[in-house]
Design a protein around this ligand. Structure first.
Ligand code: AMP
Length: 114
């Protein structure tokens, strides 16, 4: 999608701190981190929200979770653990309309969402 900031990141029109890439997915550090480690995992296909995922995207969904596992190992957070968040639309606080998973780590999270 032309004016999608995450599509521009995928097309390397905008530079990011890349953490991981596979055929269907890229992951990069959030520009405004909310935790010591804050990585965004996104599909290369422009999918707006979690509600727009379909059966045809099952390989992408599998690759997203494969990426999370690889990133957890790479960043050495697989023992301590981490938090995953996906915001959806207005009430979920989704600002970028390209599906993404926030991976937050490096501290122990309590009851608060972040
Ligand atoms: P959300 O509010 O769930 O849509 O999250 C969007 C996230 O994208 C926010 O945490 C932003 O800090 C992050 N973000 C926006 N632009 C960039 C960028 N150019 N590089 C890295 N992260 C970004």
């Amino acid at each position: 999608m032309e004016d999608c900031i995450f599509c521009k990141i995928i097309n390397k029109e905008i530079k990011t701190d890349l953490v991981y890439e596979n055929e269907n997915v890229i992951a990069f550090n959030d520009i405004n981190p909310k935790a010591p480690i804050h990585v965004l995992i996104i599909p290369k296909k422009h999918i707006e929200t979690v509600l727009d995922l379909n059966t045809e995207d099952k390989e992408i969904i599998a690759d997203i979770y494969k990426a999370i596992k690889e990133i957890a190992k790479k960043l050495n957070i697989d023992e301590q653990g981490f938090r995953l968040i996906t915001n959806c639309k207005e009430y979920g606080g989704q600002e970028v309309m390209h599906l993404h998973i926030h991976l937050l780590a490096g501290k122990k999270f309590g009851e608060n969402i972040i």
